[in-house]
Design a protein around this ligand. Structure first.
Ligand SMILES: *[C@@H]1O[C@H](CO)[C@@H](O)[C@H](O)[C@H]1NC(C)=O
Ligand SMILES: *[C@@H]1O[C@H](CO)[C@@H](O)[C@H](O)[C@H]1NC(C)=O
Ligand SMILES: *[C@@H]1O[C@H](CO)[C@@H](O)[C@H](O)[C@H]1NC(C)=O
Length: 486
């Protein structure tokens, strides 16, 4: 049972000091038998907790990492697997994000769903307002699929508000950049699957609704966009640069627009890249705008990635930070890794042990389980014997109780882990839309921008090129502050 764990890094430092390494805990299995081992370890933890002081400055830079599919049970499995890769039993291991001092739980339900989807939740944690499932950047007054309920119900993300405040902003994702989680940062759409204009029903087109790819290029002025999603950007039958002979990967726009070209023409100092070589060659010191689209749809899972042609999420994130951090007013970066839904089908032997006892069907079972997914199997009236299955294989499908082609979201709460200025505001069990409010407060963004400790308004906020016209900017701010003041 998994769903996004939101990890937040709120930064003040000029040099992004975010690290991927954890401290060595100096573990040996023998030690665990001695009470002194546990007592001393806990005492050290207690001392560091006693010296923990909230950082009450505002944040210059904000990074929001979202693990889509990373529920608490998946975090536990990842931690154990990491320790095992280091040659230890694994349970005592710590992930980098587990060293963050503040943790909260987020209630993830959508206004119309007990078990949410990524669009409704993206709207909550990025725009600060709970919404209906499958809708992006609109309040729950907008109805799913009903184009003409969009207008007047738009809500605006912290990424958008960060841009208005003069910060540089970016999106990094391993999905297509028009997918629900990144889409909530810039799009206002009543159906998350309206990726290109070819996906819109005739009535929606007639009523003037725009697809998500179109909005990516025409709404918020985003400095760095890295992920998948080439096919929604180019006219029908435009061959894909990586798979030129496969017509299924070709462009699909019916309106004939080349949105990549349009984006490049509208921005100064802009680069477009579509493979790792291109990304590596980007000079971060002279590039103000970077669009990198590395697959026609979603990027490949890390286990299946061709490291010669596609960048990793780490490489994309590093490039994004190097470009964004040149802005003296700071930056906002949203990073999404979408893998949790896949882990039930592509499970790298991760941290999975067999439980000490057999189940009532006299067969062994793994100690961490998925509720549903493609791993459901009944052969000759019973569950396959997992001890005879290749659970170390990357294509092994973790057993699941209910058959589904991919594992779904779950209805349980997800963890928020935070460090940096105002990170202590993440505490307790909260509604998910609270996330955006803490980010806005920490970053001096609308509507929390007027404090004496906040920097004076920027004169850079008018966005060049395709940015929204000033009247729309005002509308954006008005809508955001009205909703946020409730
Ligand atoms: C919105 O569109 C629907 C058709 O989907 C139509 O029945 C309805 O009258 C429209 N509402 C407005 C206010 O235009
Ligand atoms: C970018 O500028 C920084 C600071 O001036 C410098 O340290 C770095 O080497 C430069 N990077 C490239 C790729 O030129
Ligand atoms: C099901 O049982 C038959 C007969 O005993 C056997 O040949 C077959 O391999 C079994 N199938 C599986 C998937 O265990």
């Amino acid at each position: 049972a998994v769903w996004p764990c939101v990890t937040l890094v709120l930064q003040w430092h000029k040099e992004p000091g975010w690290g991927w390494k954890t401290q060595d805990l100096g573990f040996s299995p023998q030690d665990e038998k001695a009470p002194a081992y546990w007592n001393q370890r806990a005492r050290r933890t207690l001392e560091s907790a006693l010296s923990l002081a909230p950082v009450t400055r505002r944040a210059k830079n904000i990074i929001l990492f979202l693990g889509d599919g990373m529920g608490v049970s998946t975090v536990s499995a990842a931690r154990i697997y990491k320790g095992q890769l280091e040659g230890r039993p694994g349970e005592d291991s710590r992930l980098a994000m587990e060293t963050f001092p503040y943790v909260a739980l987020a209630k993830t339900y959508n206004v119309d769903r007990q078990v949410p989807d990524s669009a409704g939740t993206g709207t909550a944690y990025l725009c600060g307002v709970k919404a209906n499932a499958k809708t992006l950047g609109v309040s729950a007054a907008a109805a799913y699929g009903k184009c003409n309920t969009t207008w007047g119900n738009e809500v605006y993300s912290v990424l958008h508000r960060a841009k208005l405040s003069g910060k540089s902003v970016g999106i990094v994702t391993t999905t297509r950049v028009q997918h629900a989680s990144p889409g909530a940062a810039y799009a206002h759409v009543v159906n998350r699957e309206w990726y290109s204009d070819a996906d819109l029903p005739k009535e929606a087109t007639r009523q003037g609704c725009k697809d998500i790819a179109y909005q990516l290029v025409h709404n918020t002025d985003i400095n760095v966009i890295l992920g998948g999603g080439r096919m929604y950007m180019t006219p029908r039958r435009t061959p894909d640069p990586e798979y030129p002979t496969d017509p299924k990967q070709s462009g699909m726009r019916k309106d004939g627009l080349d949105l990549v070209e349009r984006w490049l023409n509208a921005k100064q100092g802009a680069r477009y890249v579509w493979d790792k070589k291109g990304l590596d060659a980007v000079d971060e010191n002279s590039t103000d705008y970077l669009l990198g689209l590395f697959e026609p749809k979603d990027m490949k899972y890390e286990l299946n990635r061709d490291a010669g042609t596609d960048p990793s999420i780490v490489e994309m994130t590093e490039k994004a930070v190097r470009i964004l951090r040149r802005n003296p007013r700071g930056f906002f970066l949203f990073v999404e890794d979408d893998y949790g839904h896949a882990r039930s089908s592509v499970e790298p032997g991760g941290g999975l042990c067999l439980a000490p006892k057999k189940a009532e069907d006299k067969r062994p079972y793994t100690s961490i389980l998925y509720g549903n997914g493609p791993g459901y199997a009944i052969a000759n009236g019973s569950r396959p014997d997992v001890s005879s299955l290749p659970i170390e294989d990357k294509d092994y499908r973790q057993q699941a109780a209910v058959p589904l082609d991919t594992e779904t979201h779950a209805g349980e709460d997800v963890a928020i882990m935070a460090k940096g200025p105002m990170a202590h505001l993440f505490h307790g069990v909260q509604e998910q839309n609270y996330v955006a409010h803490v980010l806005a407060y920490a970053g001096c963004l609308e509507p929390y921008h007027a404090g004496p400790e906040c920097p004076a308004p920027s004169c850079r906020s008018g966005s060049p090129g395709l940015g929204q016209p000033p009247s729309l900017l005002l509308l954006a701010l008005g809508a955001a502050s009205l909703l946020l003041r409730m």
